[in-house]
Design a protein around this ligand. Sequence first.
Ligand SMILES: [Zn+2]
Length: 327
Amino acid sequence: MSDPTPSQAPVIRLVSDHSPDDVVLPFSVEPLDVRGRVVRLGPSVDHILGQHKYPPPVARLVGEAAVLTVLLGTSLKMEGRFQLQTRSDGLIGMLVVDFDAPDRLRAFARYDPDRLAEIDAETELLGKGHLAFTIDQGNEMSRYQGVVALEGQGLEEAAHQYFRQSEQIPTRVRLAVAESVTGAGANWRAGGLMVQFLPSSPERQRQADLDPGTPPPGTAAQVQEEDDAWREAKSLAATIEDHELVDPTLSSERLLYRLFHERGVKVFEPQGVRDSCRCSSEGITNMLKGFSPQERHDMIGDNGKIGVTCEFCSTFREFDPKDFDEG
Ligand SMILES: [Zn+2]
């Protein structure tokens, strides 16, 4: 056996300018001990935002949250669901994005339309509250949740805090959302980049911005020196512009080449993402069965039916109350 299998063979080739939408491209920059992924969302995010008809500031934030969820969810190598959820006192009181492995994405936000006029900065959309990341693999034992306080810092910074506190992996995230208007109409696009510092020696993962805490009495405070490789990767990632992340003509490979060509970047098998809700008549029937007969009675509308709208995909379904009467 002399021929290596294709997956093992190092392939050096020209950068591809093929730029498909709704795709995550994992990559590594080995000289910097960095791994990451680029995501570009087109029709999937356009459909999610379009079906809700969110006002632009709300749509942008839901789009950012969708990008962040895909970046994290596709990096987990898990079965089941990865969920981002915010609860806060801002204009957007609640935002939920579900990523169901391996590729399904859905999202919705609850917001107060009366407060739209008072918002001048995007960070005010969420206000104060918390952001939770939940991994749910179907049983209680494998449920994991990490929570970050929201204090007006925005989703990118909240993600950085999450990785510092919960994962202790030096991480940088960039998120961008834009509505492109052409002769054919307006379409939402979203893109993001995540880079993580994963050296073989954990000693090198120390971060300058990690609070070392109060040293024990009689000892000197430790100065956390950040690794040169991570400092370089972080500053390269910071040079990426929003318009590059949402440009449909700039391929993810070209984008990575622009950032890391001096060090050499390796790309892996791309992963597709699609907007797809998991709601079903059967699932909602089971949910309605969980309510008491009195609660179900209170849900009956003027037409004698129980109407339920899925918050994620806006699908409206009607149920006959008689179907729930046992005997
Ligand atoms: Zn649905």
